[in-house]
Write a protein that binds this ligand. Structure first.
Ligand SMILES: [Fe+2]
Length: 383
């Protein structure tokens, strides 16, 4: 069966990427809406983008109202600004939230309607040109055709998709990830690791996504601990920004599986940052699906050097799981209890979360068959 393999229109990686991108941005339009958050302005990151646009005589306005993970309201406000200011293209600067917001604003600018109208549908009308500048090495949103927006009325995270949501340009400049504090580096880095592992062990994996996933897993094991310990380590930051892009490309073309499926409901109900809730789920979720794909997990174990060809796939898989637990510990991942989640409250919504997770379709991409009851049990095992 033939398979699509979709990547951003153009990718520029490494130091100096933004400077290289300037002229391309000039071809995108006359006035940009820059979607970002207040922290990016305070850190001076937005000023770098403004300077690049000024160099090229491109007009712009800044929408910096993205706070935490994007909601339908933030999207509506951003869209109003885009229309009122007569912008003709979009630039996102930030972690996954500004980039996801850009996709949703871009989609509504040309497709019309409200964001909730597109849940469960494929967004088809091309957006205005979009450039993504990630400032964390993790979400991979710069390389995906997905966006996740919270429906504030229903308290659910809507997963919206369409090939047209893929940014035309991804600017992977490590200067922007240097400012991420250790907690963000850990959560986003483990999110990228989750993308790569899930892509590699998904039923929808394909040879090209395997190449990117495997490379990302190796790079993350090699460089994430250093980027966490020493934020100014340029090599570690550069390698992690490439790993995050690779992992994004991998899961965009192979889908995520059980961890992301179970993580979204936790994020929506308990407001834990996406990468962190993934990290908190990794051990239990992967432990459950491991025996459905010993060949795949075993290959990951060998790739990161915790098993050799002499080990059976089963033994190599368990070693890989241990290595994942170790890196989560090294990066100070808390348990739900340590994070301050109320156990009773959590237990009272286990059924709803399991149902929402199954509805997303992601857990079913795991090679092992999973049922709603299995997910309920995994949620309970977290305590
Ligand atoms: Fe993710």
């Amino acid at each position: 069966m033939g398979r699509d393999f979709i990547v951003p229109g153009q990718m520029i990686t490494g130091s100096g990427a933004l400077t290289m991108a300037e002229e391309i941005l000039r071809g995108f339009g006359k006035k940009a809406l820059i979607i970002t958050d207040k922290v990016m302005i305070q850190l001076g990151n937005a000023a770098h983008v403004e300077e690049a646009l000024k160099n090229q005589g491109i007009e712009y306005v800044i929408y910096s109202e993205i706070v935490g993970e994007p909601t339908d309201k933030m999207i509506e406000n951003g869209l109003s600004m885009y229309l009122k200011e007569k912008c003709d293209f979009l630039i996102a600067l930030g972690g996954g939230s500004p980039i996801d917001s850009m996709k949703a604003i871009g989609a509504l600018a040309t497709n019309g309607g409200k964001i909730a109208d597109y849940m469960g549908k494929v967004i088809k009308v091309p957006t205005p040109p979009m450039a993504a500048i990630p400032t964390t090495a993790g979400t991979g949103s710069e390389a995906t055709q997905f966006t996740i927006i919270t429906d504030t009325k229903k308290d659910i995270k809507m997963l919206l998709k369409g090939q047209v949501l893929m940014p035309a340009l991804a600017i992977i400049d490590p200067q922007f990830t240097m400012t991420a504090p250790p907690k963000i580096t850990a959560a986003t880095g483990l999110d990228a690791l989750t993308h790569a592992i899930e892509a590699f062990t998904s039923r929808k994996a394909q040879p090209l996504s395997d190449t990117f996933a495997l490379s990302a897993v190796k790079r993350i094991f090699a460089y994430l601990p250093a980027a966490f310990r020493e934020g100014t380590d340029l090599t570690a930051r550069e390698q992690m920004s490439i790993a995050s892009l690779e992992a994004g490309i991998a899961f965009n073309n192979a889908s995520v599986t059980i961890v992301h499926g179970m993580s979204r409901p936790i994020g929506a109900l308990f407001h834990i940052a996406h990468g962190l809730s993934n990290a908190m789920l990794l051990k239990e979720c992967l432990g459950f699906v491991l025996d459905g794909a010993y060949d795949r997990f075993g290959e990951l174990g060998r790739a990161v050097g915790v098993a050799t060809d002499l080990d059976s796939d089963e033994a190599a898989s368990w070693n890989f799981l241990k290595a994942v637990e170790t890196i989560c510990r090294e990066l100070a991942t808390p348990s739900f209890e340590e994070y301050g989640i109320n156990k009773q409250e959590f237990m009272s919504v286990v059924e709803k979360m399991a149902l929402d997770a199954m509805d997303s379709g992601s857990p079913q991409n795991s090679r092992k068959e999973v049922s709603k009851e299995d997910l309920e049990q995994i949620y309970r095992n977290l305590w």
